[in-house]
Ligand binder design. Structure first.
Ligand code: ARG
Length: 446
């Protein structure tokens, strides 16, 4: 860009910045003070269920939590009462692995007939769906261009309804790796921003660029993947030296790293480099489990995903080699997840939503319980553990004074039947009710 063009663009940018808030539809005003009565309340940190509690909320934060009678006495006159005494109240859920800007669709259509512009237009719909499903915070680990940054900013500005977001922008990928477009003519080129970076120097400058333009964390593709046309799903795609550079560079800017890794060697390289979380973790071996446990690395395993991919992706036109790769890892990923759980590896909830429809995030709870977690541990994975992984333990993941008033409620007991989390009837984010089918007459009749 010439200097003249650059200068000319500045006033336009300023004008947009200044006008946006005035044009934005105003978000529903948070009640000044609210008293939420909770028949049952999941204390995710203690791993306990409390009965007959009340939560006093001031503005967007929790002020007090305790036995209903005592807390009610501290509510100022005129406080809005939200009666969930027939329901179970939990902290807002957190999904640590989403692709909020994309949803499942035809393979060739998405690759060749759409651009990041199409994603930018519809992403807010997925954000709302995710929020209404009870996920009040997400860590988005891969989007085209900078659509995730724009969406996060719009949510933060109150222009769009959606969860709190940490975003990675474009995953770092080796040429020919999981983040590249593989399998086509060498003359085919895409003019777009990308996360392709090879070697320590390119990796360092790509990370600087991503952080400059809004990344909250760095996502690196340490191994090959399923939904891309390169061979051998578990093969490492970055050297130890490159992964070390990823973590060191990100740390310099105060950012954590999430590493996509299916294969055993790639997982170990990522853990040794010091990533905060291993994503997928499908083919992890004993040594990898031991290393993760030693280093306190979180495992974020998308163990619902396989069901959807095997059911739908042939119909969506995905090449047979991709379906075959899914068959190689699907079952093993679940078995290895169980081994990691039994060994005491830290688990955070992450689904890969976007590979399957947004809003279905909670379907993974039942799988986590089937493959080794108790319902309480599964809930902890999606609350206190997830908040810890995100570096947001001071603001989300538990119902505690000082935290954001991010709450959900369900009918029934998720500790008996974790699938009730697939039917979240009440959602509050930052003290504002975004969904309520529980305190209405219709819900009471059930
Ligand atoms: N995004 C992941 C990849 O392409 C999806 C893996 C899905 N399969 C699974 N069993 N979790 O590698």
């Amino acid at each position: 860009m010439s200097r003249r063009v650059l200068l000319a663009a500045v006033p336009i940018a300023l004008a947009v910045t200044v006008r946006l808030p005035a044009q934005a539809p105003t978000a529903p005003a948070a009640p000044q003070t609210a008293l939420v009565k909770a028949g049952r309340l999941v204390d995710a940190r203690a791993g306990a269920v409390l009965t007959n509690q009340a939560i006093l909320i001031e503005g967007e934060r929790i002020k007090e939590l305790g036995p209903a009678g005592a807390v009610a006495g501290h509510a100022p006159p005129g406080a809005k009462v939200i009666d969930l005494s027939g329901a179970t109240v939990l902290p807002g859920l957190i999904d640590c692995h989403t692709h909020i800007t994309a949803d499942p669709g035809d393979y060739y259509q998405q690759l060749f007939r759409q651009s990041p512009i199409d994603q930018a237009v519809v992403a807010h719909v997925f954000a709302r769906r995710t929020l209404e499903a009870g996920f009040t915070t997400i860590r988005n680990v891969g989007a085209d261009e900078l659509v995730d940054v724009a969406l996060r900013n719009a949510v933060n500005a109150g222009v769009v309804a959606g969860p709190r977001m940490l975003v990675s922008t474009m995953p770092l990928s080796a040429t020919g790796g999981h983040g590249d477009v593989n399998g086509f003519s060498p003359y085919l080129r895409f003019e777009q921003l990308s996360g392709i970076a090879n070697g320590v120097d390119e990796i360092r400058s790509k990370i600087r660029w991503e952080i400059k333009y809004g990344a909250d964390l760095i996502k690196v593709l340490a191994s090959a993947g399923v939904l891309s046309e390169e061979e051998s799903v578990g093969a490492p795609q970055y050297s130890q030296e490159e992964l070390n550079a990823v973590v060191q560079e990100a740390a310099m800017w105060g950012k954590k790293v999430a590493a996509h890794a299916h294969g055993a060697e790639a997982i170990k390289r990522a853990v040794r480099a010091g990533v905060a979380s291993v994503e997928h973790g499908s083919l992890i071996d004993e040594e990898g489990i031991r290393l993760m446990k030693e280093r306190g690395t979180y495992l974020v395993a998308d163990i619902y995903n396989d069901d959807y991919i095997l059911a739908e992706y042939t119909r969506l036109g995905y090449p047979q080699k991709i379906i075959d790769k899914e068959r190689q890892v699907g079952r093993l990923q679940r078995e290895n997840f169980k081994k990691a759980v039994q060994a005491g590896v830290k688990i955070a909830f992450g689904t890969d939503a976007g590979v399957y429809p947004h809003g279905w995030n909670a379907k993974q709870f039942a799988h986590m319980v089937r493959w080794g977690l108790t319902p309480m541990q599964a809930i902890q994975a999606a609350t206190v553990n997830a908040a810890d992984l995100l570096g947001w333990a001071d603001r989300v993941g538990a119902i505690e004074p000082g935290k954001f008033a991010d709450l959900i409620a369900v009918m029934g007991d998720p500790l008996q039947d974790v699938t009730v989390l697939e039917h979240v009837g009440f959602v509050m984010k930052g003290g504002a009710v975004v969904k309520d089918s529980l305190t209405t007459g219709a819900a009471r009749a059930r």
